[in-house]
Design a protein around this ligand. Structure first.
Ligand code: NAD
Length: 378
């Protein structure tokens, strides 16, 4: 018996990605696995059923999950979907581990071994599996495109018969994976870009992309290469120095995040009031509350003639490449554990252990366990 890998159509509204693409389906089969997809699972990413060589297709969820041992997903499964999963199956996806106690209970009731790719340790050996990075690159790129499309000015400098046009001024706040991609995308389109991050290492990365570093004098490196939350004094110092750069910008793209926490509010209502009429803010942090105090997740609001965009699920706007990268990350995560068509995990492995969310009917991650206890007590 070889291991059966199953992928159903994503059902979350607006989700166009798929966790298994033709290339990775072929690679899993080369490891001896069999592959089953729900009919049209790849369609919205523009992967037709016919392009999945050697895969089987089932028209309904029940047929896809029948005897499935390894289930690949992008978004968390609904409670109804979990009910269709075979007891003891292994599930891998972006499972939003801190959000939904009922979902975790349902997974544990069916003794599903669940890996949540958000928990993947960000060590060198795991870089090829890092879905947060691959999807953040898509999101940052999309921010750069939205900014150029919505801006009422040219991004590049233009010399025309009617006169010279100055390039647009873009400010990028937060220069992690997404922010750096947003900087590169705006630079490629010819904009003048300034950027800011609280991590000391970001200065060199920002400058290497041809952007100017905005120095606020606040440095807040935290554990694991991430930023830490700022103190009240640091926040005030940051706001004072950033306000000028925000006021001068035609476009502000904000991507600042603290893992597992609400996004820091960096652009205050007062800063928006001091922005130029017609300026735009693309707030990539909208998903976790927003970096601008006036952002409404998933909406476009206008305040003081400043257009504030709070787009959600940006990688899904470019589902073909986002799915390809995501699916390759999953393949790189799983392939070391599939030999001769059999799945054999080494539970001493740091990456497997770090990514594990549920096992043997219980939550396996200490931080998630703590968060769920706190939810229960609230
Ligand atoms: P993230 O999505 O958690 O945060 C985005 C950015 O917001 C970060 O750069 C952070 O420093 C910044 N930020 C937080 N608070 C801020 C504030 N108040 N003002 C301005 N900026 C603020 O981060 P990310 O993009 O996932 O990556 C964070 C770091 O991890 C980077 O150094 C990245 O290079 C590193 N990383 C390492 C690996 C690896 O080794 N495998 C993989 C990916 C990323």
């Amino acid at each position: 018996m070889t291991i059966k890998i199953a992928t159903a159509r994503e059902r979350a509204p607006g989700e166009h990605r798929v966790a298994l693409v033709p290339e990775t389906a072929k690679k899993f089969q080369a490891l001896g696995a069999s592959v089953v997809l729900e009919s049209t699972a790849g369609l919205e990413s523009h992967f037709m059923d016919s392009s999945y060589e050697g895969a089987r297709f089932a028209p309904h969820l029940a047929g896809v999950y029948d005897n499935a041992e390894l289930i690949l997903r992008v978004t968390p499964p609904s409670l109804d979907e979990i009910a269709e999963m075979p007891e003891g199956a292994v599930l891998i996806g972006l499972l939003r581990p801190f959000e939904d106690k009922a979902r975790l209970e349902a997974l544990n009731a069916r003794r599903i071994t669940a890996f949540s790719m958000e928990l993947l340790p960000r060590i060198s050996r795991a870089q090829s599996m890092d879905v947060l990075s691959s999807q953040a690159a898509c999101a940052g790129y999309q921010c750069g495109l939205i900014a150029a499309a919505r801006c009422t000015k040219f991004f590049p400098m233009l010399t025309t018969a009617a006169g010279t046009v100055r390039p647009a001024r873009v400010l990028v706040i937060g220069a992690g994976v997404a922010g750096l991609q947003a900087i590169a995308t705006c630079r490629r389109q010819g904009a003048m870009v300034e950027a800011y991050d609280v991590r000391a290492a970001s200065r060199e990365q920002i400058e290497s992309l041809g952007a100017k570093f905005v120095d606020t004098g606040v440095s807040a490196d935290g554990a694991g290469g991430y930023a830490r939350e700022l103190s009240a004094e640091e926040k005030a110092q940051q706001a004072e120095k950033l306000a000028k750069a925000v006021a001068q910008a035609d476009v502000v793209i904000s991507t600042a995040a603290i893992p597992g926490k609400k996004a820091p509010v960096i652009i205050t209502e007062d800063m928006v009031k001091r922005m130029q009429y017609g300026a735009i803010i693309v707030d990539m942090a909208a998903e976790s509350g927003g970096n601008c105090a006036l952002t409404k997740p998933g909406e476009h609001v206008i305040a003081n003639d400043v257009n504030i965009h709070g787009p959600l699920n940006l990688p899904s706007r470019m589902p073909t490449h986002a799915s390809e990268l995501y699916a390759k990350n999953l393949y790189n995560f799983l392939s070391p554990w599939i030999k001769d068509g059999q799945l054999a995990f080494d539970w001493d492995d740091e990456i497997l252990n770090g990514t594990l969310l549920c096992k043997d009917g219980a939550i396996a991650n200490a931080a998630v366990s703590q968060a769920m206890q706190a939810l229960g007590e609230a």
